[in-house]
Design a protein. Structure first.
Length: 161
C-alpha cells in the first residue's frame, strides 16, 4: 500500500511540473512581438520586345534611370543591366533590335543611350530611336544614331551625339 501511494505522489509531482512548464512556455509564446520585414523594391521600368517587328518599348512610371546597352560577350541587349526577354523564352541580341521607343514618364529621369552606336546595333542605323522625357527635370543623353528626343514639361537637359 505504501508503494502505490509513493508512486501516486511521484505521478502527481511530475504532472504538476509538466503543467507549470507548459504554462510558462505558453506565456512566453503568447507575448506579442514586432518582426521587421526586409525592404521591398518595386520595378518601375518595364521593357517589352516584339520579336515580330524588332521593336523595344521601354516605359517608366516614376523618377528613374534608364540605360540601354549591350553585353560585350553575348551581344544581349540590356536595360538597366538586365537582359531583355524576347517573349519566346530567349533573350534579345543587338542585331535583332530595329527600333527603340522610351516613355520616361513623370519625375526627374535620367535616360542614357550613349552605348547605342552603328557598330554594335547595325539594324538601328536607318530606323527610329524615340525618347519622350515626360514631366520632370530630365537628363537625356542620345545615341550616335538618328534620335528623336523630346524633353516635355520640366527643366530638361538634352545631350545629342
Amino acid at each position: 500500500m505504501r508503494f502505490s501511494s509513493w508512486l501516486e505522489t511521484v505521478r502527481i509531482r511530475l504532472g504538476r511540473s509538466r503543467r507549470r512548464g507548459t504554462q510558462r512556455l505558453r506565456r512566453r509564446t503568447m507575448r506579442p512581438a514586432v518582426e521587421p520585414l526586409e525592404s521591398r523594391t518595386l520595378l518601375s521600368v518595364t521593357s517589352v520586345f516584339n520579336p515580330m517587328t524588332g521593336d523595344l518599348d521601354i516605359d517608366s512610371d516614376a523618377a528613374d534611370t534608364i540605360v540601354v546597352s549591350m553585353d560585350a560577350e553575348t551581344t544581349e541587349v540590356l536595360v538597366n543591366d538586365a537582359v531583355v526577354d524576347d517573349q519566346q523564352g530567349g533573350t534579345v541580341t543587338a542585331d535583332e533590335l530595329t527600333s527603340v521607343t522610351i516613355e520616361a514618364g513623370p519625375g526627374d529621369d535620367v535616360v542614357d543611350l550613349s552605348a547605342l552606336d552603328p557598330g554594335t546595333f547595325p539594324d538601328l542605323i536607318d530606323t527610329d530611336i524615340s525618347v519622350n522625357g515626360g514631366d520632370g527635370n530630365d537628363l537625356i543623353t542620345g545615341s550616335g544614331l538618328a534620335d528623336q528626343i523630346v524633353g516635355d514639361a520640366g527643366d530638361d537637359t538634352l545631350v545629342g551625339r
